[in-house]
Design a protein around this ligand. Sequence first.
Ligand code: FAD
Length: 405
Amino acid sequence: MRKPKIVILGAGYGGLMVATRLQKSLGVNEADLVLVNKNDYHYETTWLHEASAGTLSPDRVRYDIRDVIDKNKVDFIQDSVVEIKTSEKMVILENGEVSYDYLVVALGGESETFGIQGLKEHAFTISNVNSARQIREHIELQFATYHNETVKRDERLTIVVGGAGFTGIEFLGELTNRIPELCKEFDVDFHKVRIICVEAAPMVLPGFDPELVSYATSQLEKKGVEFRIGTAIKEATPEGIIVGKGEEEVEEIKAGTVVWAAGVRGNSVIEKSGIEAMRGRVKVDPNLRVPGHEDLFVIGDSSLVINEEINRPYPPTAQIAMQQGELVAKNITALVRQQEHLDTFHFDNKGTVCSLGEDDAIGVVFGKKVTGSKASFMKKMVDNRALFMIGGVGLTLKKGKFKFF
Ligand code: FAD
């Protein structure tokens, strides 16, 4: 009998979880495993705010995919996915194509700009290792240029962060650590630098405990962050942004750097492939398959799972992507072995910790609220756990965060 071919698209949290679990659960004679990813490395998306601010080197946030896959069992293809042809069970890559019997789409998300004019052209997004490098180097360039202009432009030193959700707040935390270092390095007066967070919603970190949110905002404000809450970015321009509270109250904020950290949509490959989706995210069935497609699983930021308790989608997180990855590996193993029972997905929320920079964070872990260095310690544990789940002790020791205080 012909061996089924399982193809996994994307080597992020979800994709690598599927690949590493399947290489353990299935024997070489049971199935062919193929993993496709644009780069030959995996990056810890949840650490990108650190690489973007310059508090962590870009090399620390990534590792070689071949370090965690079993080369005898998984055929790794470094290429970009262009389209999925579901009717032909075929994936079109930039440099070829690959057929499948079972397909797992784990291509992650993309930035959602909600049609705001100029954002794509004039704002950075924290999306991958290269975009993180670009943000870090752009900010450094602004500091380096400041003293070299005949007419000094203080707005060069203004950094606008769009969005006070998880990514925005974590990036702000890192910036508050990095800016004093940059001021020293480039002989810039700290008081000339402005870090402004603009958020359209009426609150910071929606969904978080209000007491923790108030701790986070006051800590960041103490370190110089200005919050403009209930204020929408109307447009991004080469000079900065235009914000507004209503139609009348429109204001220009001049800034040398604008980073858009609000909103995630599914990978554009999904819509390009004609798979039904809401903002590129596929509402998967309880087994994490695309309704009507028994051979097609979607996990991570490109999937959409409803939290029945509040009848709203779970926010896209690494935690959910990894749990989905574990379940899909189990279900594919069952399908390959022609077992009838497939498991259904239930998100087991182990808690959330949001970093506020070095040695500070907020979070709810095992139902308990934590702040400060205790929360920061928990955050590093969460980061190390993700490494451990995919690459075991070896990867954790190589890449883990062990500087606790
Ligand atoms: P990813 O981990 O993003 O992986 C997608 C993979 O697909 C990547 O390797 C990418 O290179 C590859 N890929 C993409 N397109 C293609 C293509 N066309 N062809 C080939 N390969 C492709 N979540 C938490 O749970 N906790 C946190 O503390 C947290 N902090 C965050 C901080 C920041 C700054 C950001 C940006 C996100 C954070 N998140 C956090 C969210 C979390 O990172 C995502 O939800 C998670 O990465 C989603 O996992 P994924 O497997 O779907 O995709």
